[in-house]
Design a protein around this ligand. Structure first.
Ligand SMILES: Nc1nc2c(c(=O)[nH]1)N[C@H]1C(S)=C(S)[C@@H](COP(=O)(O)O)O[C@H]1N2
Ligand SMILES: [Mo]
Length: 377
């Protein structure tokens, strides 16, 4: 699984009841930014506003032309490909809403110490690349193999384990077509920016972010299950330290809204004038497609159905816009939205706590203070 590297790493732990965000968490939060929620307006997240999450350092890749991608392990004919070689394969483009599995972590009580996401670890992009199934077929992957392991060029230590960032997918998922996994060479029609995996990354539509290996340098077909750190230690839903846990895979349903009105700088409380207002947001699920969104403006006392935009464009793996017309009355309001998918999965009102703070898709409330115009500008 990688070698042990001394006592560099602090153990995983929940924060004490009154413990604020630590300097270590702040250091992570300044490197790894979220989507400003007002950017939910855009179908495709503008460059620089897509959330970013990187465990270690962003590799410096001065020449994308010198990059190599290998496909090896249980294959008939290993591949060693340049970017130009990859571009000679058929390319497809898929619009994908990506979300970090740790989104919502900092809203849990107690807070698992780590990257302190609120709800903003999400973004949508058009990813263009080669279907991984084509590369596996070209290499002649052994159909009896179990896992396909993806290795990034970044390297670090985590919980005392020195490692390259690695994740695996079952062979059936890796070469399947629902979703179709991509080795992506472009984001929104341009080469990948450094923070999103320049020059190559894996895209697994519908899965949480940890599966989407950036700076991809090797694809290894294996006849034994992969037990690397990011597979068997991290990204598992555990209730207790000795619980083996369940792996995190696909994105659970979630709806978020563009916070209405304008913010108070520090508290981010929203200020809104009384009267009609159109609430606007997005909803997504990596499982069955979103089938409905409900909105509450009274902190869950009552709910009304939102109007979903038509599911046009064939963007099965991208978020869907919704809106709801509301007449805001003077007072303080808790405004929230709740998505349900076609299989009946819905968002809980209370978070489901787990040790690593993964998959928290509980409904979130935006505090809105509605009152007359203030006297100063
Ligand atoms: N090589 C590598 N790939 C990685 C990671 C990483 O640390 N190293 N982080 C993963 C996680 S946890 C997430 S949420 C997504 C974030 O992708 P983004 O930064 O492009 O939004 O990348 C994934 N791929
Ligand atoms: Mo993540």
């Amino acid at each position: 699984m990688g070698q042990r590297t001394g006592d560099l790493s602090a153990p995983a732990r929940p924060a004490a009841p009154d413990e604020g965000i630590g300097a270590d968490e702040l250091a992570l939060a300044t490197r790894n930014h979220g989507l400003p929620l007002e950017a939910l307006r855009h179908d495709i997240t503008p460059p620089g506003l897509h959330y970013v999450f990187t465990h270690y350092d962003i590799p410096y890749v001065p020449s994308a032309g010198a990059w190599r991608l290998t496909v090896d392990g249980r294959v008939r004919a290993p591949l060693d490909l340049s970017l130009a070689d990859l571009l000679s394969f058929p390319q497809i483009t898929t619009r994908v809403t990506m979300e970090c599995a740790g989104n919502g972590r900092a809203l849990l009580t107690p807070r698992p110490v780590g990257q302190p996401w609120l709800t903003e670890a999400v973004g949508t992009a058009d990813w263009t690349g080669v279907p991984l199934g084509l590369l596996l077929a070209e290499a002649g992957a052994d159909p009896a193999a179990v896992d396909v392991v993806f290795t990034g060029a970044d390297h670090g230590v985590e919980r005392g384990v020195e490692q390259d960032y690695q994740r695996a997918l079952p062979l059936a998922v890796a070469r399947g077509d629902d979703p179709r996994v991509l080795v992506a060479t472009a984001m929104n029609g341009a080469p990948l920016p450094p923070q999103h995996g320049r020059p190559l990354r894996l895209i697994v539509p519908g899965w949480y972010g940890m599966a989407q290996v950036k700076w991809l340098r090797s694809v290894t077909v294996s006849d034994v299950p992969f037990t690397g750190f990011q597979q068997s230690v991290a990204y598992r839903i555990r209730r207790s330290a000795d619980d083996e846990g369940e792996p995190v895979t696909r994105i659970a349903p979630r709806a978020l809204l563009v916070p209405p009105g304008f913010p108070d700088f520090m508290s981010r409380t929203r200020v809104l004038r009384p009267g009609p207002v159109r609430l606007f947001g997005r909803a997504w699920s990596g499982q069955a497609p979103v089938s409905s969104v409900a909105v509450s403006t009274d902190h869950g006392a009552s709910w009304a159905p939102a109007v979903l935009d038509p599911a046009g464009g064939g963007h099965r793996w991208a978020w869907r816009a919704w809106h709801h017309d509301w007449v805001a009355s003077p007072g303080t309001h808790g405004v929230g939205a709740c998505a349900t998918d076609a299989d009946g999965r819905t968002q809980p009102l209370d978070p489901c706590w787990n040790r690593s703070g993964l998959g928290n898709n509980a409904v979130c409330w935006v505090r809105v203070v509605c009152g007359p115009r203030a006297s100063s500008p």
